[in-house]
Ligand binder design. Structure first.
Ligand code: TRP
Length: 354
């Protein structure tokens, strides 16, 4: 019955002109645990750059979510809000097109989370595959902070408060989207009205970038990432340290392309696909040195990151202006979220004074 929902406006009996004319709403965000890196660039920033011209896009600096497993590092979490914002602006996110905002300054999101929590069981929260994996990775086991266990509900509130229909995320976030839609359906069913809107995940075509050590994921906490603001010698050292093929000892030996980080990154950053295919073939048949490939990759990365680094440096000198951008964005975002939460409360009979 509700299966034709997805991108675009909700089909209702009474469609208004503004719904017909409105652009799809996009919401996505990042935990503010540290500056962003190349994995974020290919995984989501590039998508956001494209979407900001065609949609109404909200970008969330998820400081509250970051605290759910970093309460001991709360200073770092709050200090990184501006770092991540600078990363956004440095790659070309335009605050006149995208609304960048700070989660902790929109209290309506916490309010909506509190209401949605009544629609999920502890058992369901414990079954979320991403939560399970993160509990194992962080060694929480029996000592899971309650806030951490329920962060998928908080994330659902982030999305639902904006009635976002498109959520660009990495594959590891798919269980969050699924849980969001369960909560949306369950809320609408319990008030017998279509107040909240279901969303769709938008995955990047490139997929996740491996770490420079060859581990499956590039991640700051695993210390295997290249920051967007990396200095030239940092980029060079990272490329030199990159995992290739441990059995490719001599240049003449045939080398392996799968699992080779240099090739994974060239797949993401070498625009000449024909040339890349030839290089792969040459490497597999032997005679192509790791160092030759690494110089090519380094050249690509230096060219990509130089303008970003320069813009970052300029923005870092004008922190007042960056904070003003965040303040304006947060006001705009708060208006939108507050309108939805008012609707939610009305539907629940919680609008006593209006
Ligand atoms: N959990 C997301 C991540 O770790 C970040 C995030 C927070 C998010 N709130 C969101 C993503 C809302 C999409 C929508 O990458």
């Amino acid at each position: 019955m509700k299966s034709d929902r997805g991108t675009g406006a909700t089909p209702k009996a009474s469609t208004t002109i503004s719904t017909l004319l409105s652009k799809p709403v996009v919401l996505t965000g990042d935990r503010t645990t540290g500056p962003l890196h190349l994995g974020h660039y290919v995984g989501s920033l590039k998508t956001r750059l494209k979407l900001q011209d065609e949609t109404e896009q909200y970008l969330l600096l998820a400081d509250i979510q970051a605290l759910t497993d970093n309460i001991g590092r709360h200073r770092e979490v709050s200090e990184n809000v501006i770092e991540v914002a600078i990363d956004y602006l440095a790659v070309g996110i335009d605050p006149n097109k995208s609304t960048i905002f700070i989660q902790s300054q929109v209290p309506e999101l916490a309010e909506l989370s509190m209401l949605l929590l009544n629609l999920v069981t502890v058992a369901r929260l414990e079954r979320n595959p991403t939560i399970k994996e993160e509990i194992r990775f962080r060694g929480f086991e029996r000592d899971i902070p309650a806030g951490f266990l329920i962060y998928p509900v908080s994330q659902a509130a982030d999305i639902a408060a904006f009635k976002a229909t498109i959520v660009p995320v990495g594959e590891d976030q798919l269980p969050m989207i699924e849980q969001t839609n369960e909560l949306v359906r369950s809320f609408n069913a319990s008030v017998n009205q279509d107040v909240l809107v279901e969303c769709k995940a938008l995955l990047s075509s490139v997929g996740r970038l491996p770490g420079i050590d060859g581990k499956t994921k590039m991640s700051k906490s695993m210390d295997n990432a290249i920051r967007l603001g990396a200095e030239p010698d940092e980029i060079r050292k990272a490329v030199n340290r990159m995992y290739t093929d441990s059995r490719h000892l001599r240049v003449e030996d045939p080398g392996q392309v799968e699992g080779n980080v240099v090739f994974s990154l060239l797949d993401a950053f070498e625009p000449d696909t024909q040339r890349l295919a030839e290089l792969k073939h040459h490497y597999q048949s032997g005679g192509l040195a790791d160092s030759t490939l690494k110089r090519l990759l380094e050249e690509r990365l230096q060219a990509l990151l130089e303008p970003i680094r320069l813009r970052r440096q300029r923005l870092a000198m004008d922190r007042g202006e960056v904070m003003a951008v965040l303040k304006r964005g947060t006001e705009r975002a708060r208006n939108k979220a507050a309108a939805t939460v008012a609707e939610v409360k009305r539907a629940l009979g919680l609008a006593y004074f209006v």
